[in-house]
Design a protein around this ligand. Structure first.
Ligand SMILES: [Fe+2]
Ligand SMILES: [Fe+2]
Ligand SMILES: [Fe+2]
Length: 418
């Protein structure tokens, strides 16, 4: 299938940008600044496009709010290496984004140290430009964006003092040259940022994504989501496994099963926007918290809808909290509007969540999970034929929900699993 790489990068960037409560859009500001420096340094259009994408995605190795907070509040942070490594690994798993991996891998390494590492010249420069933009954003986050225009000289002095040690001297010069003007800072304010970070049309690039590539791409999103909270670790991957298994047992074509798997991987993207305290609450959610939680499947929809070619997957993913009686959310679609693939993702999501340990309860045994699905079906909310199928395949579904598929035996298992 053909997908637009620019649309994919933007969707992934929006996903990553959901992390961080007060400091949203960090990735976009870093891309905005890095590109301005690159233009000043005379980089080619191709190099700029590469840098821009890497800058948008540079924090794809982070998803806990806590880690994000350290990253945006300290100039040099001793554990910063880890998210660089994880991010680079994630990008390397999907061929069209693999060329960005080196930039992400080294985006917290001082310029002096970078000289000693065997690295392509372009990657070295891109990594340091991202580092520079990233640290400028960390420094400005400490003072609050609105104070930029008042505090820019101080920020310039701080950055200048790291020229040659942390940062490539010419990059620092580029920053000093462009940051004297108000426009540089005002352009980063939320109101203007959106229009300033659209990928220029000549940077759009159609890329052919193989079916397995689609799963690998969705796996990057899933890993970002699943890493957010220890309580939901692997939830997206295991929902995908159960959903693909059910789809196969329903007799759907292999290609459809694979797309159902992708919907499972992507279904909870919007959870990145939900505060950790709500996701990890040991008590039942109160009305306000529950209302916050009900945003997440809409957020999934709002991110995925911009990727042409993923329309069906987007629909199956964002409908996972809909119910056949029309009482679900966010669209309140009823049985007539909900197709089999959506119903499969719904059942797989509930099944996996019940089988998994959660902060408010322990993992439920198979019969108890089935009992809850049965109640839901009898209440008119879930598909009866799917609950029957789960009953017939209960042991397999349960094992897959906790451990994932066995490579040789379970249909729909992917070679790209990690
Ligand atoms: Fe960052
Ligand atoms: Fe969900
Ligand atoms: Fe879920």
């Amino acid at each position: 299938m053909r997908l637009d790489l620019g649309q994919l990068v933007s969707a992934l960037a929006r996903t990553i940008d959901l992390v961080g409560i007060d400091e949203v859009h960090h990735g976009r500001r870093v891309a905005y600044m890095a590109d301005i420096f690159a233009a000043r340094l005379g980089l080619s259009v191709d190099q700029r496009a590469q840098l821009y994408r890497a800058a948008l995605l540079h924090d794809c190795g982070v998803s806990s709010t806590e880690v994000h907070r350290s990253l945006v509040s300290e100039l040099d942070w001793q554990d910063s290496e880890l998210h660089c490594r994880i991010g680079a690994e994630r990008l390397a798993s999907f061929a069209p984004l693999a060329p960005l991996a080196a930039t992400v891998r080294w985006h917290h390494t001082r310029w002096q140290l970078l000289q000693t590492i065997d690295l392509d010249e372009g990657d070295r420069l891109r990594a340091n430009l991202v580092f520079l933009a990233d640290r400028i954003d960390a420094l400005q986050a400490q003072r609050g964006l609105s104070a930029n225009l008042l505090g820019k000289e101080e920020l310039q002095r701080t950055i200048a003092s790291y020229s040659g040690s942390y940062f490539f001297p010419e990059a620092v010069e580029a920053f000093l040259a462009v940051s004297g003007g108000e426009a540089f800072w005002i352009g980063m304010e939320p109101h203007f940022l959106e229009e300033n970070v659209l990928l220029p049309p000549d940077w759009q690039e159609e890329t052919v994504v193989e079916e397995n590539g689609l799963v690998a791409m969705a796996g990057i999103f899933a890993d970002v989501v699943d890493a957010k909270s220890p309580y939901t670790a692997e939830h997206s991957r295991r929902v995908a496994d159960v959903a693909a298994y059910l789809a196969e047992r329903c007799g759907l074509a292999p290609e459809t099963c694979r797309r159902v798997r992708v919907a499972g991987l992507l279904h909870d993207l919007g959870k990145l926007q939900i505060p950790d305290a709500i996701l990890e609450s040991p008590q039942p959610l109160d009305a306000v918290e529950a209302a916050t939680m009900r945003h997440h499947s809409y957020v999934t929809y709002s991110i995925l809808r911009h990727i042409d070619g993923l329309e069906d997957i987007t629909r199956w993913a964002c409908e996972h909290h809909e119910r056949l009686d029309g009482g679900g959310y966010p669209f309140r679609r009823g049985a007539a509007a909900l197709c089999l693939e959506s119903r499969i993702v719904m059942v797989a999501d509930i099944f996996q969540a019940l089988a998994q340990n959660r902060p408010y309860r322990d993992s439920l045994p198979p019969q108890a999970v089935l009992g809850i699905l049965r109640d839901e079906q009898q209440g008119g909310r879930l598909d009866g034929s799917l609950v029957d199928l789960v009953e017939r395949e209960l042991a397999s579904c349960y094992r897959i929900a906790l451990e994932g598929p066995r490579q040789e035996t379970d249909a729909g298992a992917e070679e790209v699993r990690r």
